[in-house]
Design a protein around this ligand. Structure first.
Ligand code: IPE
Ligand code: IPE
Ligand code: MG
Length: 237
């Protein structure tokens, strides 16, 4: 296998552990989220350097609305600031930005910033950064089923014509290849409603490091671990 082949085309990260990091440092939870911004930059930079073409980051789940209001507000403010704040970097580094999840529930300013970042980086080709916001797999799959059912009821599609490809192309991730590697920091070994359809054959990696402490070295370790995995896709060698 060539060196190039061992680099995952798509890495997805469940960025977990901000709250525990804050607690360990005697800080408020929102300060953990602020501390989680730098590892986003580091991971994006490292992914691009290694030739990873897609990096997906789980930033806010549909379930996270149930957190204390001050924490939710702080996260909204952070999203608002970061998306536009990082735009010059994205353009300079060739980062195409894309958001997945149901964005109508976000404050207007967040929605506008998401639209703007997607539009202004649409021509960028070095790497695609996908941020999952108000995202959960069950919500995404439910919305996809609604879209498919609407096509059937309009007579555009017969039920027996529905294939796994129909489902894939009706998800928010339409056009994005499935993740090869899913990383979840903070030692939790669960997917928490993240890319359930898309991760059917992804390799999973659960390092103990809390997200704010995640470094380029941790990113490299995950890629090294991926290179050692034997992906069989249900076949025999
Ligand atoms: C992940 O960190 C960030 C979000 C879910 C927004 P957490 O806030 O879940 O951190 P822990 O799990 O409480 O440590
Ligand atoms: C998953 O983390 C969501 C994000 C990282 C954005 P959570 O911390 O919300 O998940 P659970 O509650 O531990 O499953
Ligand atoms: Mg958590």
């Amino acid at each position: 296998m060539s060196e190039q082949k061992r680099i995952p085309q798509h890495i997805a990260i469940i960025m977990d552990g901000n709250g525990r990091w804050a607690e360990q440092h005697g800080k408020e939870r929102y300060e953990g989220h602020i501390a989680g911004v730098e590892p986003v930059r580091t991971s994006l930079r490292r992914a691009a350097q290694l030739g990873v073409k897609y990096l997906t980051l789980y930033a806010f789940s549909t379930e996270n609305w149930g957190r204390p209001q001050p924490e939710v507000d702080a996260l909204m403010e952070l999203f608002c600031k970061c998306i536009v704040g990082e735009l010059p970097n994205f353009l300079e580094e060739g980062v195409r930005f894309r958001a997945i999840g149901e964005r109508s529930r976000f404050p207007e300013q967040v929605r506008n910033n998401l639209d703007r970042a997607e539009k202004e980086t649409a021509h960028c080709e070095r790497i695609t950064l996908i941020v999952a916001l108000n995202y959960s797999s069950r919500d995404e799959i439910t919305r996809a089923v609604q879209r498919i059912a609407a096509r059937v009821s309009r007579g555009e599609l017969r039920p027996e014509e529905i294939t796994p490809q129909t489902v894939s192309s009706s998800l928010d991730t339409a056009g994005i290849p499935d993740p090869d590697l899913v990383i979840r920091t903070s030692g939790e070994c669960r997917l928490s409603n993240f890319l359930l359809w898309q991760s059917s054959y992804a390799e999973l990696w659960f390092p103990e490091v809390l997200w704010p402490d995640f470094t380029a070295r941790d990113f490299d370790r995950a890629v090294e671990e991926y290179a050692r995995r034997d992906r069989r896709f249900g076949l025999v060698k």
